[in-house]
Structures are given as structure tokens and as C-alpha cells.
Design a protein around this ligand. Structure first.
Ligand SMILES: [Zn+2]
Length: 304
């Protein structure tokens, strides 16, 4: 049962320009937009281009195209690809992320350790749950060692509890869900978990809406934020994790449909109604024929 936000909502759409956006992304954006607009909140567009290796200009353009196709507006963020590159790219924020990492290292010695494992090592060492087994914990390499990643040392039996607006109370066992996750990559750039926390705090985000597949990331970020100086506000962020993408009969959509093939949802779907219908089902509403965005918002009147 969905618990409507009863706090001032500041949220964000946070796509990554590393592929064409698929149905799952479109559903997430529409749901985030609806929750924010219903609450009279503020919506940011925050494009996560930390990983420039997988970046393509066509993927960046596809983000703006998808939002326009869905009819979703936002209050702050880049107006288009050029504006994004010039003023909003995470590449402009790398020194800010680094400053937070250095401050955390000073304030909490031992919370990070250097890992020199190669990709091959990581594949070979991975535990049955897929997590890194903490091999380099025991080598005590200086964090300044070149060509080493920094990992967070997640103690055994670390659990993270938080209330979820859709799932209710959630408990995540971080040590088995993600293990010793990377906070700084071998090239010296902050990793996703750090950048995401710092960006959300910088934007004053109070509500994060994400797919259930990102639950381990939420747990990692909530745990990590207590060690990141200046980022304590993240600990009071509220979350909504939405589950499976369902078709009209309540079945999980096939992987190919969900992934949107190679071309993305805008090219694959005839109209955004397939997205609005899926969001209606996620919210427990009966999807109307020719479901519109305005119709969805109208159904979500306060007190509904
Ligand atoms: Zn290692």
C-alpha cells in the first residue's frame, strides 16, 4: 500500500546516458513526476554521467527526447545536451566528490581500504553471493597507492533499516547484498554511491524513487552517508522502491520488452500510454483506455 509523502518533496529524475532508456526508466520517471507533482514538490533532472566510458551523445539526446515524449517537465536541470555538458555534467563535480572522500578518510580511518585487485582477480575471488570477499582488507595498502580502488569496509552482519513508502519497513543485509563496495575507482574518480549521495544532498533531495533492483544501493548509501562529512542530511531521505513491471494481466513483462530492445522505449512503443498504463497498475489504479498523464494525476488527488 502506497504511503503518500507527507513531507516537502524534492525529488529527481536520475537517468544515465549509457544506453537508450527502456520501459523501466520511463515508468520510474513517470512515477517520480506524479508523486512530486501531486505533493506540489520540486523536481530536478540530474543526469548521472560519471561513467564517461559508456557515454554516447545519442544516449544523452535520448534522455531529453524520452522526457518530452512522456510529457514530463522538471523545475531544475539542463535544458538540453549542450546545457548539460556545459553546466551540469558530473565531470564538473569530481573535485567536490574527491573532497568528501578525503574528508571521510580523515574523519573515519579504517572505513575505506585500498584494493589492488584486477578484473580477473575480482571474477575469480567473488563469493557465491557475487560480493567481493574483502581479500585486500588484510594487505593494509596505503590509500594513496596508485592504481588501487578504495572500498568501504562493511563489517559482517551490517544491516540497514529504513521505511519505504511502498514496501513498508525494509531491512537490508548490506554485507551480503553488496559487500565491500567501491567508493573510489582506480582512476581516482568517485564511484556512483558517493556521487549519488553528494548530489542528492547538494540538491536538497527528500524523496528518491527507484526500482527495486537498486535496493542494495540505497542501503549502501544510507550506511555510507554516516561516514561522509557534510552529507548527514542524506540519512533522512525517504525512499520508494517500485517493483516489477507488469503487463495488463499482471505478468512480469518479458526481458526484451522491459529492456526496450536496442532502440529504447520511444522507438519501441507506439505511444506513451503503455507507460501510463503500467504506472497506473503499479499504483493499484485500474488503467483507463487511452490513459493520459493528466488523467493519472487527477486520479491521485490528495487523500486518495
Ligand atoms: Zn582487492
Amino acid at each position: 500500500m502506497l504511503q503518500w509523502p507527507d513531507f516537502p518533496v524534492v525529488s529527481r529524475l536520475a537517468p544515465t546516458p549509457s544506453g537508450f532508456l527502456h520501459l523501466g526508466n520511463a515508468i520510474n520517471f513517470t512515477l517520480t513526476w506524479l508523486l512530486t507533482r501531486r505533493a506540489g514538490g520540486v523536481l530536478h533532472l540530474r543526469i548521472d554521467d560519471l561513467d564517461r566510458a559508456r557515454f554516447r551523445p545519442a544516449y544523452l539526446e535520448n534522455i531529453f527526447r524520452t522526457l518530452e515524449w512522456l510529457g514530463l517537465d522538471y523545475d531544475h536541470g539542463p535544458a538540453g545536451p549542450e546545457d548539460f555538458e556545459r553546466y551540469f555534467s558530473q565531470q564538473h563535480l569530481l573535485s567536490a566528490y574527491e573532497a568528501v572522500l578525503q574528508a571521510a578518510k580523515q574523519a573515519h580511518p579504517g572505513v575505506f581500504y585500498a584494493c589492488r585487485c584486477s578484473r580477473t582477480d575480482l571474477a575469480r575471488l567473488a563469493r557465491p553471493d557475487g560480493c567481493y570477499p574483502g581479500t585486500c582488507r588484510h594487505y593494509s595498502l596505503p590509500l594513496a597507492t596508485p592504481q588501487t580502488a578504495w572500498r568501504a569496509l562493511v563489517p559482517p552482519a551490517t544491516t540497514v533499516h529504513f521505511p519505504d513508502l511502498l514496501q513498508g519497513p525494509v531491512t537490508s543485509h548490506l554485507d551480503t547484498a553488496l559487500g565491500d563496495f567501491v567508493v573510489r575507482k582506480k582512476d581516482g574518480a568517485a564511484a556512483y554511491q558517493v556521487a549519488s549521495v553528494v548530489d542528492d544532498v547538494r540538491l536538497g533531495v527528500t524523496l528518491v524513487v527507484r526500482g527495486q533492483d537498486l535496493l542494495p544501493s540505497t542501503a549502501a548509501q544510507l550506511w555510507l552517508a554516516q561516514y561522509l562529512p557534510g552529507q548527514e542530511a542524506f540519512r533522512s531521505t525517504r525512499f520508494l522502491h517500485h517493483g516489477l513491471v507488469l503487463d495488463e494481466s499482471g505478468q512480469k513483462l518479458s526481458k526484451s520488452t522491459q529492456a526496450g530492445g536496442q532502440r529504447g522505449i520511444v522507438e519501441e512503443a507506439g505511444s506513451p500510454q503503455v507507460v501510463y498504463g503500467a504506472v497506473a497498475r503499479l499504483l493499484g489504479l485500474a488503467p483507463a483506455v487511452g490513459q493520459s498523464l493528466a488523467g493519472l494525476l487527477a486520479e491521485l488527488h490528495p487523500g486518495a
